[in-house]
Ligand binder design. Structure first.
Ligand code: FEO
Ligand code: CA
Ligand code: CA
Length: 700
């Protein structure tokens, strides 16, 4: 009896910042892997082992990798082949509230949060309604691709006209609602009503600020880019109806009041990085969706005991909240079904009477066809359910399976690979290739070898006797299946990238300060890993479908006294960085590295030497790294792509001003006014368009 009122008042205090929420660390990720599959034993001479791995067997493997498709990929790059790999002058670190690029380059902003793109085209204003937000660019830009307007190939076609498609990862409610002015709210807090409810139009605005934007953009004669009105401009949000496809479609685990047959759901959330399919569609990846949901089943009356003790593993292993959802959407004052569903507690006599299974309809890779504005996005369940950072494809080969990779960004989680059962045929390829295939999880051995372990029902012990009754159960519980087969626990896998020259796969491992000295292994070699590293591997025999690989570390990020490049040298003033996150190869094999030092430590203590978050260019052959761009205050740099001619680059700036404390916000002391540079406009996430003043290839 005490509980209902006590809970409500606790929610108010959590959401307004007076109490810590369970596991909540703003944009950061909760640790949910408490499984006992081994991290490797303590390594006697860690430093020696790291050198052996860096210098190990991979060099041999790489020289033999230039086979058919790889060589063809290189031939298509003839225009860029004559230009230098890294021809720009590196820039220093920066704490300024600006974008800095090398001499000879120009950076301009495009598509900031709130820019109208369709419908009534409402201009950006703090007073925009929830419906207004539904036809404006969303908040907190992340992964992104430029689709040439011809709509035939994701990398060929116009370099002056196309559809810019981007993710909106999460929101900063205090910058969204006029009522927040003067309240002591930090970056994750929300304005609440006195009765513990939320204003339903604020909830609508927040849901509509999530998802994906499809925006036609065109280069003008003066070289600048502008948004075009176009029938394909579209917002996909946290409310857009979606199909569930693949082995989980129709499973009991995804049956809800909204979809009693388990075939559909509403919305996509926390869309971090992305993927680009060979058949010209966009994949958006659901990352930290779990805490948007709450399951208060067996809510304890005191702080004793485990509040998740009555959660099913498909909630518990992912970090579904036990007190209140991330933004308290389930507390919307109109009680609408689309908001109530964020409460995944057991309320009815059967799963089709409530939303206990709603969280199971999130954690997927979602396919969107940007050229078909009326198409329904599809959740492709064969790619597994976890905190998907992004998904990156090997260059497709006619008649061979398609192969893609995806990381699970949380501490001690895993890296996965998907191989389709059906062969790729350019003329007919479509999303069905993502519905039928094998999901593998990576095991990195300390000797520089690695194995892909299949997560197929009936194989590797994934049987009913061990808790996996069918493939749908394996996929909904991908993390549990990966635990079971003994995958390697990584330091937060973020973006991946595939070298177009040789098919080598690179992944950022952004940091993991929870790793202890007893838990280090060769691929995650540092305890209390504050700086992160980049791992890369070559599939056995240069065959992307192989079940073994050879790996090494491309770089150990960090300051000069704790970093290491491929050459064995440390990073220096031109190249120090920490917390690698975004990663992308351009067609000329430049590797672009973007950083996401958490706003909780940015520009403080040992992190001060790195300045604001940045982007660097790297040469995959020599390991040379140069700083190319620094961003404004409080943000992370993310999302990177060029036009096919590589003469325009688009990157995203996410969450400028996120380092403003709750007290500073209450006092109106906002430390970033980027990009508007106007004291009456809050900082806004935005795209940055980079061109070279001589019209040349970016980075050359
Ligand atoms: Fe959304 Fe792991 O960054
Ligand atoms: Ca990221
Ligand atoms: Ca990150």
């Amino acid at each position: 009896m005490t509980n209902q009122r006590d809970r409500r008042s606790k929610y108010v205090r959590i959401l307004q910042g007076a109490l810590p929420a369970d596991q909540l660390e703003h944009g950061d990720e909760p640790q949910c892997n408490r499984s006992t599959n081994p991290t490797f034993e303590s390594i006697v001479n860690r430093r020696l082992q790291r050198r052996q791995v860096l210098k190990g067997s991979l060099a041999l493997a790489v020289t033999s990798m230039f086979t058919g498709p790889a060589i063809n990929a290189l031939r298509t790059q003839s225009a860029a082949a004559a230009t230098p790999m890294l021809g720009f002058t590196p820039i220093p670190v920066s704490e300024a509230d600006t974008i800095e690029v090398p001499a000879g380059y120009t950076a301009r902003t495009l598509t900031p949060w709130g820019e109208p793109i369709s419908g009534r085209m409402p201009a950006y204003s703090l007073d925009n309604s929830g419906a207004d937000q539904g036809v404006q660019v969303g908040m907190h830009h992340d992964g992104m691709h430029f689709y040439p307007i011809e709509g035939r190939d994701p990398y060929e076609g116009s370099s002056r006209d196309g559809l810019l498609v981007m993710n909106h990862e999460y929101i900063e409610p205090r910058y969204m609602h006029r009522v927040a002015i003067g309240q002591a709210l930090d970056a994750g807090n929300v304005p609440m009503q006195a009765d513990g409810s939320r204003v339903s139009d604020q909830v609508l605005k927040e849901l509509n600020a999530h998802g994906v934007s499809v925006v036609r953009i065109r280069q003008q004669n003066d070289g600048t880019w502008e948004v075009q009105r176009d029938g394909r401009n579209r917002r996909i949000t946290g409310l857009t109806p979606m199909e569930i496809s693949g082995p989980v479609r129709g499973s009991d685990l995804v049956k809800t009041k909204y979809s009693p047959n388990g075939t559909s759901t509403r919305g996509t959330l926390n869309n971090c990085a992305h993927g680009v399919t060979p058949w010209n569609t966009y994949l958006t990846c659901e990352e930290n969706w779990a805490r948007y949901f709450v399951n208060t089943d067996q809510m304890p009356d005191s702080n004793q005991g485990d509040p998740t003790s009555n959660q099913p593993r498909e909630h518990k292993r992912y970090g579904v909240a036990t007190d209140v959802g991330r933004y308290g959407w389930e507390l919307a004052d109109n009680g609408a079904d689309e908001y109530v569903r964020f409460d995944a507690s057991t309320k009815a006599s059967s799963p089709t009477g409530d939303y206990r299974n709603e969280p199971n309809t999130f954690g997927w890779v979602v396919e969107i066809d940007p050229f078909r504005p009326n198409s329904t996005p599809v959740k492709r369940t064969a790619l597994g359910r976890f905190a998907h950072e992004g998904v990156v494809f090997q260059t497709p080969v006619e008649g061979q399976p398609i192969v893609c990779y995806s990381g699970d960004d949380a501490r001690f989680e895993y890296i996965y690979k998907y191989v389709s059962n059906q062969p790729y045929r350019r003329a007919t390829a479509n999303g069905s290739l993502l519905d039928d295939g094998t999901l593998y999880v990576a095991k990195f051995n300390d000797d520089g070898s690695g194995e892909w372990i299949a997560l197929n029902y009936g194989q590797n012990g994934l049987t009913a006797a061990n808790g996996f009754a069918n493939q749908a159960e394996v996929l909904v519980n991908t993390r549990a299946a990966a635990d079971f087969v003994g995958a390697t626990k990584m330091d937060r896998p973020e973006w991946g990238a595939v070298d177009p020259g040789n098919g080598q796969v690179y992944f950022t491992l952004t940091n993991n300060t929870r790793r202890t000295a007893e838990q280090v292994d060769a691929v995650n070699p540092r305890p209390d890993n504050r700086w992160g590293q980049i791992v890369r591997w070559s599939e056995a025999g240069n065959n992307p479908t192989a079940t073994s690989f050879q790996w090494d570390l491309f770089v150990l990020a960090g300051p000069e006294n704790d970093s290491e490049k491929l050459s064995g040298e440390s990073l220096n003033d031109n190249s120090i960085f920490a917390a690698p996150d975004g990663l992308w190869f351009d067609a000329s094999r430049r590797l672009w590295i973007q950083t996401d030092i958490s706003e909780s430590v940015m520009n403080t203590g040992d992190f001060a030497q790195f300045g604001n978050n940045q982007m660097l260019g790297a040469n995959p052959e020599t390991g040379e790294i140069r700083r190319f761009l620094t961003g404004p205050i409080g943000q992370e740099i993310t999302g990177v792509v060029t036009t096919p001619d590589q003469r325009t680059m688009f990157i995203n700036v996410q969450h400028p001003g996120a380092t403003v404390s709750a007290d500073e916000f209450a006092a109106g002391q906002i430390n970033s006014r980027w990009p508007d540079n106007n004291p009456s406009i809050y900082p806004r996430s935005a795209t940055v368009v980079i061109t070279k003043n001589d019209g040349g290839v970016i980075g050359s």
